[in-house]
Design a protein around this ligand. Structure first.
Ligand code: PBG
Length: 326
């Protein structure tokens, strides 16, 4: 084995082509998923105050947006819906004419090849803002399952390519798989938010999606941030129930979790670079404190290096422009 002075690690860092040749991880546009907030109504394109550059669109405004996304070669979008009507049981989440089915149809008409992933959860649709049905002050797991299954089915019927449950109820993947299979959607994959933590990094999202819990918090169903072995159990459970792709969320404070999941399972792995992670970068940018492209690429590369195959990120459009110089 060579040692200094024969060994010189700087030899392979000398020029850009050399560095590129030995680069171990790369962010590829083909791995990115861009989240979109869709609000019921018409003619709405409204920027979010805590997420500069991110908008809420009414379904009629989506064709223009997704045509741009397709031009940038981003392969997939993840849809979140904000309904007009909220109630105790989140009925707008599984209404066949709900905001998400409308959005899916508008997108598929404009850009049929763009992959449409839909978030399956009740929190944007319930008056109390929790991710399931509340019984005696607690989110009832088993009563929530059929509603999630119905929500996923309504998305598949409207043309969704992948459904992504984010509620963290036990048994939701199985319930959704059964409902999809018995209705002829055997080929629709489930991307499960398998290890989703009760994180303060979701703050800007909750403003964007109007989904903040009106009482209490999500600690009784989302994971406790200090735990990592429990994340492996969550992932194992979702895989057993039939998840095709698994997710760790958030990404940055959980890079170790991404690595552990990558080393333990062979399923495709997604990581969600969440709203609060985006807001941190944008705020520093507005202060002139950081070089945005370099910081964002470093963050996304770290998520890949930790082991993620797919990255869901609000930076996707910017990254696509930087990588392709457009
Ligand atoms: C809804 C959901 C949340 C996010 C994705 N799906 C919020 C939450 O659980 O409170 C967060 C995404 C983000 O912060 O970008 N269940």
């Amino acid at each position: 084995m060579a040692a200094f002075p024969e060994l010189r690690l700087r030899r392979l860092r000398r020029t850009e082509p050399l560095r590129a040749l030995v680069q171990e991880n790369r962010v590829d546009i083909g791995d990115l998923v861009y989240p979109i907030f869709v609000v019921e109504g018409q003619g709405i394109k409204q920027e979010l105050s805590s997420m500069p550059g991110i908008f809420r669109f009414s379904p009629d405004q989506l064709p223009l947006e997704v045509e741009e996304i397709a031009r940038l070669k981003i392969p997939a979008v993840l849809l979140f819906g904000i309904p007009q009507h909220k109630d105790e049981v989140g009925s707008s989440a599984y209404h066949p004419q709900g905001v998400i089915p409308k959005a899916i149809r508008a997108i598929k008409k404009a850009v049929p090849e763009l992959l449409v992933i839909t978030d399956v959860c009740l929190c944007e649709y319930t008056s109390h803002g929790h991710c399931g049905v509340v019984v005696n002050g607690d989110v009832d797991n088993d009563q929530t399952l059929p509603l999630l299954a119905q929500t996923a089915l309504s998305h598949a019927e409207a043309g969704a390519d992948i459904v992504a449950p984010s509620d963290m109820m036990d048994g939701r993947v199985k319930a959704i798989r059964e409902s999809l299979d018995t209705n002829g959607f055997q080929n629709i994959p489930i991307l499960s938010y398998a290890a989703k933590y009760a994180s303060a990094f979701y703050g800007p999202f909750r403003e964007a999606a109007e989904s903040a819990p009106q009482f209490g918090d999500r600690l009784s169903y989302q994971m406790n941030p200090p735990n990592v072995r429990e994340a492996l159990r969550e992932v194992e459970e979702d895989i057993k129930e039939g998840a095709d792709i698994i997710m760790v969320k958030p990404a940055l404070a959980y890079l170790d979790v991404i690595r552990r999941v990558r080393d333990t399972f062979n399923h495709p792995l997604a990581a969600y670079n969440v709203s609060g992670e985006y807001a941190l970068v944008k705020a520093a940018m507005q202060m002139g404190w950081l070089d945005e492209p370099r910081v964002v690429m470093e963050i996304l590369t770290a998520i890949k290096r930790a082991g993620a195959d797919i990255i869901i990120t609000y930076h996707a459009k910017d990254v696509a422009r930087w990588l392709q110089s457009i």
